[in-house]
Design a protein around this ligand. Structure first.
Ligand SMILES: Cc1cc2nc3c(=O)[nH]c(=O)nc-3n(C[C@H](O)[C@H](O)[C@H](O)COP(=O)(O)OP(=O)(O)OC[C@H]3O[C@@H](n4cnc5c(N)ncnc54)[C@H](O)[C@@H]3O)c2cc1C
Length: 473
């Protein structure tokens, strides 16, 4: 059974039960990255738009994120001589998901991804540049685009400013509890609950669900992704699974409900993500015995479960000054420095002692890693260390735990972000994107490739806005 904070309110009512006080052509539920992108696109398509956001400010998971959006074939990539195509990108997505996602949707998103980046830069002044210093796990070329300090807060700031410039209203403290729809599945409006308990019914021509997934709903996490229940929740608490609740009531198709973005590198007790370039460029993770326990470079999402399975549910990232310097590109890492989350020492033994890791165990592990880097032996976990420099003194360590960031299962949509029924036919005026829609991450945590979250938030958001504006007309 799906439980939600708004469980007391029915998910769906007939239009006859509504008392509409106002009409807006396109309503958007949720003011995160997907919602604001959708609103901008719908407005540009000529529609009057209103964003309904439950919180006092429009931030969502997007503002907590690193804000990196992958795209294939952008101007920024071309300027750096990077050859990338939607086909290469889609092939990476399919490889990461072991073929367990919809290949047509993966290709559609990959094809639309460059347009999303250029459109955000050119039409909405979102300052996105290519991250060319690191190759993220699963991506065969560099294709992440981010704001100057690589933060989702900056991205949300730019999207909010763009909405402001266009005169798009964002109604905050507006929790959507109920949809009104007729027998054909046409959505006629929504019921909004205000913090003082009062309700308002708003009618619309088209509705976009951009209210993310269910990571903030303990009961749903327990039911659908129990493997990550013991991890730290580091996502947006207001994401209670309402899109799934509405979709179920309408009879929409829902898929990949067990899919989520985990993270195996949340600084323990500090709530700061230590990002994966540290690992991809040669860092390793060990447990309290000083032992590695997996191929960390497969991806950070699946690593969450592996870290949570270690003694005390913790691990340590072990790296060196070269990687420390590289990581200072990221705001999060600079926060970790300021928050004194890092340990440093001249020798592995000293580092182990100050971290409380078994000294002999860590020395043994690091000499095995060095031998792998030199090509003298193969890694027992199958990691390819080719081309990575050997770690050198001074060494660094940061204690991390596994986290749940957001969920990736949801309403099945087509290539135009139209919500589908189980028989594949679209609802006439219902759209979804971001964490509210089924992503391209397969059925579990291991299919999540870096950037899948904001790819589906911004590109499905743009497509949902464009298609909704047309449907509303
Ligand atoms: C630490 C961290 C780092 C990340 N880094 C990246 C990254 O670099 N690249 C990447 O691609 N992804 C990243 N992600 C994932 C990414 O943040 C999400 O995939 C993305 O933000 C989802 O966008 P969204 O708009 O669907 O949801 P959100 O941004 O969560 O927005 C949903 C909004 O809907 C509102 N809402 C919910 N229910 C209702 C309701 N009933 N009525 C009204 N409002 C409602 C919520 O309050 C929220 O504001 C990261 C996530 C985390 C936690």
């Amino acid at each position: 059974m799906i439980t939600s904070e708004v469980e007391v309110a029915p998910a769906l009512l007939p239009p006859t039960a509504a008392n509409f006080s106002a009409h807006v052509s396109v309503l958007v539920v949720g003011g995160g990255g997907c919602g604001l992108t959708a609103a901008l696109a719908a407005h540009q398509g000529g529609a009057e738009v209103l964003v309904l956001e439950r919180d006092a400010s429009a931030l969502g998971t997007t503002a907590m994120s690193t804000g990196l959006i992958p795209a294939a074939g952008t101007r920024a990539q071309a300027a750096k001589g990077i050859v990338d195509t939607p086909e290469i990108f889609a092939a990476d997505i399919l490889k990461k998901t072991r073929g367990e996602t919809d290949p047509a949707i993966a290709l559609e998103l990959a094809r639309a991804s460059a347009r999303t980046i250029e459109w955000l830069i050119d039409d909405h002044h979102v300052p996105l540049t290519l991250v060319d210093s690191f190759l993220y796990p699963g991506h065969s070329v560099k294709r992440m685009h981010g704001t100057p300090n690589r933060t989702g807060a900056e991205l949300m700031g730019a999207l909010s400013a763009a909405c402001d410039r266009r005169g798009i209203d964002i109604l905050t403290e507006a929790l959507v509890t109920t949809l009104f729809a007729d027998h054909s599945g046409r959505v006629c409006g929504v019921r909004v609950e205000r913090p003082d308990g009062t309700h308002e019914d708003l009618s619309c021509d088209a509705l976009i669900l951009a209210c993310c997934g269910f990571a903030g709903n303990d009961a749903m996490v327990r039911e659908f992704i129990p493997e990550i229940e013991g991890a730290t929740f580091f996502g947006h608490p207001g994401n209670k699974g309402d899109a799934i609740r509405f979709g179920r009531a309408l009879g929409a198709a829902i898929a990949d409900i067990h899919s989520y973005q985990g993270h195996g590198g949340l600084a323990a007790g500090r709530g700061i993500p230590i990002l994966w370039p540290l690992i991809m460029e040669g860092g390793v993770q060990v447990n309290v015995h000083g032992e590695r326990f997996s191929n960390e470079a497969r991806g950070y999402s699946e690593q969450a479960v592996d870290v949570v399975a270690q003694p005390g549910h913790v691990a340590w990232d072990i790296y060196d000054a070269r990687l420390h310097t590289l990581m200072t590109e990221f705001d999060d890492y600079r926060d970790a420095i300021e928050g004194r989350a890092l340990l440093t020492a001249d020798s592995i033994a000293e580092l182990a002692r100050s971290a409380g890791i078994d000294v002999a165990g860590l020395e043994r592990t690091m000499s095995t890693v060095a031998a792998c880097v030199r090509g003298e032996r193969s890694d027992p976990f199958g990691r390819d260390f080719t081309g990575k420099p050997e770690l050198r003194s001074p060494y660094y360590a940061v204690k991390v735990t596994g986290a749940l960031f957001h969920t990736q299962g949801g309403l099945v949509v087509d290539g135009r972000a139209r919500v589908l029924r189980p028989d594949g036919t679209p609802f006439p005026n219902l759209f979804a994107g971001g964490g509210a829609a089924r992503g391209i991450s397969g059925p579990s945590s291991w299919g999540y490739m870096a950037g899948n979250g904001l790819l589906t938030a911004t590109t499905f958001g743009r497509l949902a806005g464009e298609t909704a504006a047309t449907a509303a007309r």
